[in-house]
Design a protein around this ligand. Sequence first.
Ligand SMILES: Cc1cc2nc3c(=O)[nH]c(=O)nc-3n(C[C@H](O)[C@H](O)[C@H](O)COP(=O)(O)OP(=O)(O)OC[C@H]3O[C@@H](n4cnc5c(N)ncnc54)[C@H](O)[C@@H]3O)c2cc1C
Length: 477
Amino acid sequence: MYMMFNRVIVWFRNDLRVHDNAPLFNAVQKAKEVIPVYCFDPRNFSKMELGLEKTGNFRAKFLLEAVTDLSQNLRSLNGDLLLLKGKPEERLVDLALQIHADAIFFSEEVTSEEKEVEFKLEQHAWKQGIKTSSYWQSTLFHIQDLPFPIMQTPEVFTQFRKECEKFGKIQKPLPVPKRIPFPKEKFETIELPKLSTFGLKEPVKSTRSVLEFVGGETEGLGRLQAYFWERDQLKNYKETRNGLLGPDYSSKFSPWLAIGCLSPRIIYEEVKRYEKEREKNQSTYWLIFELIWRDYFRFISKKHGNKIFQLTGIKYKVEKYSRNESLFWKWAKGETGIPFIDANMRELNNSGFMSNRGRQNVASFLVNDLGMDWRWGAMYFESMLIDYDVCSNWGNWMYVAGVGNDPKDDRYFNTLRQAKNYDKKGEYIRHWIPELAAIPGFDIHQPFELPPSTLKGYGISLGVTYPHPLVKLKAWI
Ligand SMILES: Cc1cc2nc3c(=O)[nH]c(=O)nc-3n(C[C@H](O)[C@H](O)[C@H](O)COP(=O)(O)OP(=O)(O)OC[C@H]3O[C@@H](n4cnc5c(N)ncnc54)[C@H](O)[C@@H]3O)c2cc1C
């Protein structure tokens, strides 16, 4: 068979899997030899504003596990994974020169920091006569299969979804290569870094966490298998997806999707199989509906570029906002005195995860009740979330902050009403704020409404055992 290349480097980024992996699949088709590489970029482990770590310890641990798993999966295909540390745009080109690779294949990202690295890598490589090929992946709909040019991506989700569903197409996932033609040579590689290499501490395991998230394609596919087939939860998804407690109210695929341990197309294929073999209903469709939200934020980010990181978002609407650090940290630490907000923030801080319902509420509270710059909230999530995805995070924050592409003008979440709808008996609060546990029923959501003598009977004193509310909520039930 004619091979276009002798030796190709496959640079893994947020696509840490061997299934449905376009750069890997194409390299195996086009090259005599394929060298998979992962590069730890110190810039991803630096500090941001407010001293926040760009990658907090939950996500960093998950990433290290995913890289380990990828390397094992590649080995089982006769391949291997070389590890580098440094700026990918420099280190990969150095490696290509050193090992005489003729091309570097990788997947394309959409936001500025990642794009900048890609551009520089392409520039450096081409100057040295090394070719590069980038591949679109990570979305359900391939960019080339969208029924509109990217700059005409509909601003409103419903329109985007309807056009994609009607005129777009979803390609089949690419198969796992049968064998990686990895050369017999010995290559230099670094040892897998430890969390301490990045100045991070081992996260303390919380027994309260919804799930023990372990990074890697094997675990991601395992969760898919468990949620759909063993625990048979897909058929209930639409009814349970707004839950707050336990492993199965939603799929929990997000951490694996975020760094590409799972491809959305493999999930789609499994939904279709489930619909054939078990049941097809509103819930099975709804999981795909949510994956389309994910696509939507990715394409909107590509369309609008850096605007998604700006205060005015994509609406050019300047809001009044505050940057009061002390208020911000009270929110971040879960010390606002509003139990529904605090419980969610404690979940995030202790597990790296928070439900979608929780995210919407804490984001709205920060923006609408505390009047803060929404970007601080987005940055905090960037640091803390185990499933941080640049487009989904900043896109959703813009949406809640009212500077995104939401046709509704007001996205105010009435915290107490939300608490009543989604945690009527207060079980979620009891789970995350045990010091309030003695307060019965819904009252646990509003300790500030109870007389001090009643609270005393429960062993609670506001301002001592639990904070007074930081602000008066804009809306009360
Ligand atoms: C302020 C805010 C910040 C967010 N930040 C992120 C983030 O950094 N990373 C992230 O993956 N999601 C983010 N989301 C979206 C959503 O909350 C999570 O995807 C979801 O809670 C993950 O849990 P799950 O996998 O069980 O979701 P499920 O309900 O099982 O949904 C399945 C998949 O659909 C996608 N999805 C679901 N809801 C959304 C949504 N609103 N936007 C985009 N994709 C969605 C996710 O990939 C998810 O894994 C954010 C939402 C808000 C309101």
